[in-house]
Design a protein around this ligand. Structure first.
Ligand SMILES: [Zn+2]
Ligand SMILES: [Zn+2]
Length: 152
């Protein structure tokens, strides 16, 4: 299973995009590969897949700091619509940070620049944060207690 929750293994799903061997053909593929890039902490790829006008607002250092502060555990694509000039992907990405489980629920806009899908911006919906107890089952699906798994 890929980090992005697809059945295919990482090497056949998101990795070819992150390594540059292939280009995502849809906004959803780009979105999934950006999620997986956060998991493998490839900040360079995340920066390069922002739309050009957005890249100056996102340094590799900032992206890396965020990727290092969170543990993404699952991705769910709620909807994806591809059009020739722009696409919208709505998703929920679940992550653990500072002993809380949080959900990033975003409706993202993607555009084509020189034939390549890029992330432009998004609307983030408010979501509750759930504090994890040390003896709770870890939400990552390992089956271990939280204190023996993703606790900090
Ligand atoms: Zn993937
Ligand atoms: Zn865990």
């Amino acid at each position: 299973m890929c980090y992005c929750s697809n059945e295919a293994p990482f090497q056949q799903c998101c990795e070819p995009f992150i390594s540059g061997a292939e280009s995502p053909k849809t906004a959803e593929q780009l979105m999934r590969s950006r999620y997986s890039a956060y998991v493998v902490k490839n900040a360079q790829y995340i920066r390069e897949t922002y739309a050009k006008e957005e890249q100056k607002h996102h340094s590799v250092e900032d992206i890396l700091a965020f990727a290092s502060a969170v543990d993404f555990i699952s991705l769910e694509i709620l909807s994806a619509s591809d059009a020739a000039d722009g696409s919208i992907v709505e998703f929920q990405a679940t992550y653990i940070t500072e002993n809380k489980v949080c959900v990033l629920h975003e409706r993202s806009n993607f555009i084509l620049e020189a034939g390549l899908w890029k992330y432009l911006d998004g609307h983030i919906y408010p979501t509750p944060e759930i504090k994890l107890g040390r003896n709770d089952e870890c939400p990552c699906g390992s089956g271990k207690k939280f204190k023996k798994c993703h606790s900090t």
